[in-house]
Design a protein around this ligand. Structure first.
Ligand SMILES: Cc1cc2nc3c(=O)[nH]c(=O)nc-3n(C[C@H](O)[C@H](O)[C@H](O)COP(=O)(O)OP(=O)(O)OC[C@H]3O[C@@H](n4cnc5c(N)ncnc54)[C@H](O)[C@@H]3O)c2cc1C
Length: 554
C-alpha cells in the first residue's frame, strides 16, 4: 500500500480540522487532512445550535473566553472571505424571576471582564418591544448586539474547499486506526473505535531532552490500508480525540458523550423571532435556546440526555423533546410548535479527567508533553463553532512553534475554492452558459430563465418563475428540484462535483439546502438520486445517505 509524507497531518474533518487546514495552507507546508466519514463536517459540526456566541458565558481569563470574544469579532469577515451566509441578529437572554435575574447580572459582569462589546440589561417591557412574542412574565433581559448565526457545516465545507484550493490534500473515507511516534515507537493499534480507554501498560518514557526536531515523526495507519507519515499531527477528531490521543501519549482525558435533542420549526415562521433567545428557567438555569436560523426555520435546542457512553447512535429522546417544547412554550406562549418539520439529535464531546472523573470546563488544546509535534484538541464543545477561526490560528501557532521558521506563501488565496472530490471537473466542463453575473443581468432584462445546461435537463417541467426567486438570482440557475428551498438542478450538479466521491445525499443537502424545507425531502429525494446517477454513474442502490452502509433504496 502507498505511503505519503507530509509536514502536517490533521486527523478529523469537522469544522475545526477544516479551519485548521485552511490556516496551515497559508504557509509553505505539505498538509493533509484525514476524515473517516465519506464526507466532511458530518459529526458534531453537523448537529449543533449554530450560534456565534458573544463571549459572556465563558469564565473570565479562560482560553474559551479569549477565543470566543475574538472569534465573534472576526467571524463575519471570515464568512465574507469564504462566501458563507452569516446572520447578525443579536440575542436576548431572558429571565422571569430573581434567580434568572441574578444570573443575567453575573453574565453581564463576566461579559464586561471579557470585554464583550454591545451588552446591556434591559427591562421585560423593552425585551417585548424587541420580541413581541415573549411572555409577559419576562422581567429582565441581557441584550447582546454581537450574537449571530450561520450554517456550521457551511463554514467547515467552505474552509476545506479553500484549503484544497491552497494545496491541502483532503482524504475522506480514511479512518485512522493507528499512530506511531517513530522516535519513541509509541504505538497502540486500534481495533474498535469504542475502545476509548488509555492503555495502562504503555511505557511512560518521554522524548530525550537532546532529541533533535528532525528526529521525530509519526506514522499513521488507516482502515483503507494506506499509511501516511508526518512530522506533525493535529488530532481534532471530536468525540474520538481521546481514543486517538491515547494511541500516542499518556492521555489523562476522556470524552463522555451527551445527547442533545433539537426541534426545527417551519421556515414559514420567518419573522416570528428576530433575535436569538436564551431562556433562563427559574428552576433549571439556562434551559432552552431559540435561533432564527439562516433561511428561515426556527431551531429550538437543546436537551441534555445521558448517552451511556455511546458515541455513534443519535436517537431522539421523547423526554428531551417534550422538555424543549414545554420550555419554549413557557417563554413564548404562542409559539406554533405544531409547525415542527423535523427533530434531530447531536452529541456533546464532554471532557473528563480519567483519574478523578471530574468534568473539565475549558477547551483542551495542547501539544502532547512526551510527543513533540503531536497537538491534540479535546472537549471542544460550545462555543467551539464560534471559536473555530481562532482555534485554527492558535493550533497553527503551536505547530509553527514546533516546526520552527516557515515562510508564508505569497500566493495564498483566502477565497478561492476547489471541490474536495476526486470527481471534480472544472466548472466550464459542466456548464457552458454565460457567467452567473451575465446570466443574472440577462434574466433581469428578459424575465425568462436563461438556463442552458450542457446536458439535457432532467426535469424541464419544474421551472418555477416567481419574481422573488428571479430577483435573488436563483431561478436563472436552472430547473427547480427542491420546491421548498427553491434549489435548482444546477446547484445540485455543482455540489455533486465538489464533493468527495461518491457523493452522499446528506452531503448534497448540506451544500444546497435540499431536504431541509417543509417536505424534508419527500418531493426531491428521488429527483436528486436520479441526478447523482446521471452525473456519476453510481447505481441508485449504491447511493448512501451519509455513512458507509446507509443506502437509501436497498
Ligand atoms: C449540542 C451542541 C450544540 C452546540 N452549539 C454550539 C453553538 O451554538 N455555538 C458554538 O459556537 N458551538 C456549539 N457547539 C460546539 C461545536 O459544535 C463544536 O465545538 C464543533 O462542531 C466541534 O468541531 P470538531 O471539528 O471538533 O468536531 P467534529 O465535527 O465531530 O469533527 C471531528 C471529525 O473527526 C472525525 N474522526 C473521528 N475519528 C476519526 C478517525 N479515527 N480517523 C479520521 N477521522 C476521524 C469525525 O468523523 C469528525 O468528522 C455545540 C455542540 C453541541 C454538541
Amino acid at each position: 500500500m502507498s505511503q505519503s509524507n507530509y509536514d502536517v497531518i490533521i486527523i478529523g474533518g469537522g469544522v475545526l480540522g477544516c479551519m485548521t487546514a485552511r490556516e496551515l495552507s497559508r504557509f509553505h507546508l505539505k498538509t493533509a487532512l484525514l476524515e473517516k466519514n465519506p464526507d466532511i463536517c458530518a459529526e458534531v459540526t453537523k448537529a449543533n445550535t449554530a450560534i456565534i456566541y458573544p463571549g459572556y458565558d465563558s469564565k473570565p481569563g479562560s482560553l474559551k473566553a479569549k477565543l470566543c470574544v475574538n472569534g465573534n469579532k472576526n467571524m463575519e469577515a471570515l464568512c465574507k472571505e469564504l462566501s458563507v451566509p452569516f446572520k447578525h441578529c443579536g440575542s436576548l437572554m431572558v429571565a422571569a424571576g430573581p434567580k434568572g435575574e441574578e444570573k443575567l447580572r453575573k453574565k453581564l459582569k463576566a461579559g464586561k471582564e471579557n470585554s464583550v462589546p454591545g451588552i446591556k440589561l434591559i427591562s421585560g417591557e423593552e425585551a417585548r418591544l424587541l420580541e413581541p412574542a415573549l411572555s409577559d412574565k419576562i422581567t429582565l433581559a441581557l441584550y447582546a448586539e454581537t450574537t449571530a448565526t450561520l450554517d456550521p457545516w457551511a463554514l467547515g465545507i467552505a474552509a476545506a474547499e479553500n484549503a484544497a484550493a491552497n494545496g491541502v490534500d483532503i482524504y475522506t473515507s480514511t479512518e485512522v486506526t493507528g499512530i506511531i511516534n517513530t522516535a519513541t515507537d509509541h504505538s497502540i493499534q486500534q481495533d474498535s473505535p469504542d475502545d476509548s480507554k488509555p492503555d495502562e501498560s504503555k511505557p511512560n518514557d518521554s522524548i530525550p531532552d537532546d532529541l533533535k526536531k528532525e528526529s521525530y515523526s509519526y506514522k499513521i495507519t488507516t482502515k483503507t490500508g494506506a499509511s501516511y507519515t508526518a512530522q506533525n499531527v493535529v488530532c481534532t477528531a471530536g468525540l474520538y480525540s481521546d481514543t486517538l490521543t491515547s494511541m500516542i501519549c499518556n492521555n489523562p482525558y476522556k470524552i463522555v458523550p451527551q445527547r442533545a435533542d433539537f426541534i426545527v420549526l417551519d421556515p414559514s415562521l420567518e419573522g416570528f423571532l428576530s433575535h436569538i433567545l436564551f431562556c433562563e428557567s427559574e428552576d433549571k438555569g439556562k434551559s432552552v435556546s431559540l435561533v432564527p436560523a439562516i433561511d428561515g426555520p426556527i431551531l429550538i435546542g437543546s436537551s441534555k440526555i445521558d448517552a451511556s457512553g455511546d458515541k455513534e447512535s443519535r436517537p431522539s429522546s421523547e423526554e428531551g423533546l417534550r422538555e424543549l417544547a414545554e420550555e419554549a412554550r413557557d417563554f413564548l406562549p404562542d409559539i406554533p410548535l405544531d409547525l415542527c418539520i423535523r427533530t434531530f439529535t447531536g452529541l456533546r464531546p464532554n471532557p473528563y479527567y480519567i483519574d478523578s472523573e471530574k468534568s473539565i470546563n475549558d477547551f483542551i488544546i495542547t501539544e502532547a508533553p512526551d510527543s513533540p509535534g503531536f497537538i491534540y484538541l479535546m472537549g471542544i464543545k460550545t462555543p467551539g463553532l464560534s471559536c473555530a477561526g481562532e482555534i485554527a490560528k492558535h493550533v497553527t501557532e503551536l505547530a509553527k512553534n514546533r516546526i520552527g521558521v516557515i515562510s508564508e506563501r505569497t500566493d495564498f488565496d483566502p477565497s478561492k475554492k476547489t471541490g474536495i472530490g476526486i470527481n471534480n471537473l472544472p466548472e466550464e466542463t459542466i456548464f457552458n452558459e454565460a457567467s452567473e453575473t451575465e446570466a443574472s443581468e440577462t434574466a433581469a432584462s428578459t424575465e425568462k430563465p436563461t438556463i442552458s445546461l450542457s446536458r439535457d435537463s432532467i426535469f424541464n417541467d419544474d421551472i418555477l418563475t416567481d419574481d422573488k426567486n428571479r430577483e435573488s438570482g436563483k431561478i436563472i440557475n436552472g430547473n427547480i428540484v427542491c420546491r421548498c428551498r427553491k434549489v435548482t438542478e444546477k446547484e445540485i450538479i455543482e455540489a455533486i462535483h465538489r464533493m468527495p466521491c461518491p457523493p452522499t445525499l446528506d452531503g448534497i443537502k448540506r451544500r444546497t439546502g435540499t431536504c431541509m424545507g417543509r417536505c424534508q425531502g419527500g418531493y426531491c429525494t428521488q429527483r436528486i438520486l436520479e441526478i447523482v446517477k446521471a452525473e456519476t454513474d453510481i447505481d441508485l442502490s449504491d447511493i448512501e445517505w451519509d455513512r458507509d452502509g446507509s443506502w437509501i433504496v436497498r
